[in-house]
Design a protein around this ligand. Structure first.
Ligand code: AMP
Length: 458
C-alpha cells in the first residue's frame, strides 16, 4: 500500500508535500520521496528509504523551488524494497519530465512490461508503476491528460495516481475506484491526497473525491476533468475502512471512525461474549471498533495493551523475520487490568496469525483467565492483488483451517469473526460497490496470471 500527495499552485509546494506525507506515513513506511517542479519545467527529486520524519533532508526540501510537487510513501506489494523502487518515479523524456506516484497494483503489469521490453524499452526498477511512465512517454497525444489516458487504457487493476507531465499536475483513479483519492483547495492551489487527513495537516479544504475513471489536469489555465469512456463499476476496497486508512480521515466519502465503530457494534451483535468482564482493543487500528463493541455489548472498555509508538506497523515489514522481531517489542500487557479476568480482545483482522498469537501469549502471561477474541472483519482467505500486502493463500491462517482451529492455533478460549454481510452492511454507503475479494474470493478483475512474476514485478 502507499500514500500519495500532489499540489499545484503554491509557493512552497515541496514543503507542503513534505507535511502532507507525514499524514500518509501509515500507508507506507519503506521509502518516501518528493518531486518538485518549477514553472519552466525544471524538476528536482529527493527520495529515501525509511520514514518521512527520519533522515529526510529537511533543509533541502524546504528550499526545493517550484509551485508544483508530488510525494509518495511506499510499502511494496509488487517489486522489492530498494531505493530504485522508491517513488515518485522520475524520468526525462522529449516533453520534459514525467514524475509519477502510484497507490495500487496493476494486475497485468508483467504482460505490459514484457510488451514494452519486446519493443526495446529498458527499466530502472521492478515496479509496475514504471510501466505507466513508459506508456505515457510513448503516447503521441497532444495534451498531458490524453497521454495519461492512453497510457492507462489497457492497464488493469488498481491505481490512484498523481503525475506531473511537463508542468501539468494530473490525478487519476481506476474505473473500479479501488483506492481512495481526494481533491482539495489551499488558497488558489489544487491539492490531491490519498486521505483527507493529509489535507487537514496542510490546511486545505476538501472539495470532493476524484471519481472512479476520472482524470483531472491542473495547469496554468486552471483545472479540467475528463472521464474514461467505460462506465465505472465501483469496487472500493473495504479494507481501507477496516484497517488501512486513518480514523480521522474520510475515504470514499465516508468517515473511517464511524465505519469502524459501526463494525464494532455489529460484531458485538453477531458475536457476543457471555460472561466476559471487559473489552479492549489491539491498539491503534482497532480502537474505534472496540469502542463500538463496548457500546453495543455494555462491557467496560479498558486499555489492556500498550503499544510502543516508536515501533512501526509490524505487518508492514516486508519479511517474516522482520515481522517476528517487531511483534515482541511492539506491545505489552497491563497486568492490573487483566489478572484473573475473562476478557474480550477486539482486533480488526487476523492475517498470518503471527501478531495475534504473540498477543494472546502476552495476555495469558499477565494473568488473563479467559481470552475471547473478536475480529471486526471476516476471515481473510485470499491474497489482495489491488494494493494491499496480503500474502499468498499458504500464509493466510484462516485460508487453511477452520475457525475453531484458528482459535486453537492462536491460543484463545473463543474466536468470533464478523460476517461478510454484517461487514458490508456496516460500512458507509454499503453494502454494494466494494471489493471484498480477500474475504469472499470474488475478485472483481482477472487476478494476475503468473503470481510469482507479479510479486517480483518482472
Ligand atoms: P497477524 O496476527 O500476524 O495476522 O497480524 C494481524 C494484525 O495485522 C492486526 O492487528 C491487523 O491490524 C494488522 N494488519 C492487517 N492487515 C494489515 C496490512 N495489510 N498491513 C499491516 N498490518 C495489517
Amino acid at each position: 500500500m502507499c500514500g500519495i500527495f500532489g499540489i499545484r499552485g503554491a509557493d512552497d509546494a515541496a514543503r507542503i508535500t513534505h507535511l502532507g506525507l507525514y499524514s500518509l506515513q501509515h500507508r507506507g513506511q519503506e521509502s518516501a520521496g518528493i518531486v518538485a517542479v518549477e514553472d519552466d519545467g525544471t524538476a528536482q527529486t529527493v527520495r529515501k528509504m525509511g520514514l518521512v520524519s527520519d533522515g529526510f533532508e529537511e533543509d533541502r526540501i524546504s528550499t526545493l523551488p517550484g509551485h508544483t510537487a508530488i510525494g509518495h510513501t511506499r510499502y511494496s506489494t509488487a517489486g522489492s524494497s530498494t531505493i530504485d523502487n522508491a517513488q515518485p518515479v522520475f524520468v526525462r523524456f522529449r516533453g520534459g519530465h514525467i514524475a509519477l506516484a502510484h497507490n495500487g497494483n496493476l494486475t497485468n503489469a508483467v504482460e505490459l512490461r514484457a510488451a514494452l521490453e519486446a519493443e526495446g524499452s529498458i527499466f530502472a526498477s521492478t515496479m509496475d508503476s514504471e510501466v505507466i511512465v513508459h506508456r505515457i512517454a510513448k503516447s503521441r497525444a497532444a495534451k498531458p491528460e490524453e497521454q495519461l489516458a492512453e497510457a492507462l487504457s489497457g492497464s488493469e487493476g488498481a491505481y490512484s495516481l498523481v503525475v506531473v507531465i511537463g508542468t501539468t499536475l494530473l490525478a487519476a483513479r481506476d474505473p473500479n475506484g479501488f483506492r481512495p483519492l481526494v481533491m482539495g483547495r489551499l488558497g488558489d492551489a489544487w491539492v490531491f491526497a490519498s486521505e483527507t487527513c493529509a489535507l487537514d495537516i496542510v490546511g486545505a479544504t476538501v472539495v470532493r473525491d476524484v471519481a472512479p475513471g476520472e482524470i483531472i489536469a491542473v495547469d496554468a489555465e486552471g483545472m479540467r476533468s475528463m472521464q474514461a469512456p467505460a462506465a465505472p463499476v465501483l469496487h472500493r476496497c473495504v479494507f481501507e475502512y477496516i484497517y488501512f486508512a486513518r480514523p480521522d480521515s474520510r475515504v470514499f466519502g465516508g468517515s473511517v471512525d464511524r465505519a469502524r465503530r459501526a463494525l464494532g457494534r455489529q460484531l458485538a451483535k453477531e458475536q457476543p461474549a457471555p460472561g466476559a468482564e471487559l473489552v479492549f482493543a489491539v491498539p491503534d487500528s482497532s480502537n474505534a471498533a472496540a469502542l463500538g463493541y463496548a457500546e453495543a455489548s455494555g462491557l467496560r472498555l479498558e486499555h489492556a495493551l500498550i503499544r510502543n509508538h516508536y515501533v512501526g506497523r509490524t505487518f508492514i515489514q516486508p519479511t517474516q523475520a522482520g515481522r517476528d522481531a517487531k511483534v515482541k517489542v511492539k506491545y505489552n500487557a497491563v497486568r492490573e487490568v487483566l489478572d484473573g479476568r475473562s476478557v474480550v480482545m477486539v482486533d480488526d483482522s487476523i492475517v498470518r496469525g503471527t501478531t495475534t498469537r504473540g498477543l494472546v501469549a502476552l495476555l495469558r502471561g499477565a494473568g488473563a483467565r479467559e481470552v475471547h477474541m473478536r475480529v471486526s472483519s471476516p476471515p481473510i482467505t485470499g491474497p489482495c492483488y489491488y494494493g494491499i500486502d496480503t500474502p499468498e493463500r499458504e500464509q493466510l491462517i484462516a485460508a487453511n483451517m477452520s475457525i475453531e482451529a484458528v482459535g486453537r492455533a492462536i491460543g484463545v478460549d473463543t474466536l468470533g469473526y464478523l460476517s461478510l454481510d454484517g461487514m458490508l452492511g456496516a460500512v458507509p454507503d454499503g453494502p454494494s460497490g466494494f471489493c471484498h475479494a480477500c474475504f469472499s474470493g470474488q475478485y472483481p478483475t482477472q487476478p494476475p496470471t503468473d503470481i510469482k512474476r507479479y510479486r517480483s514485478g518482472v
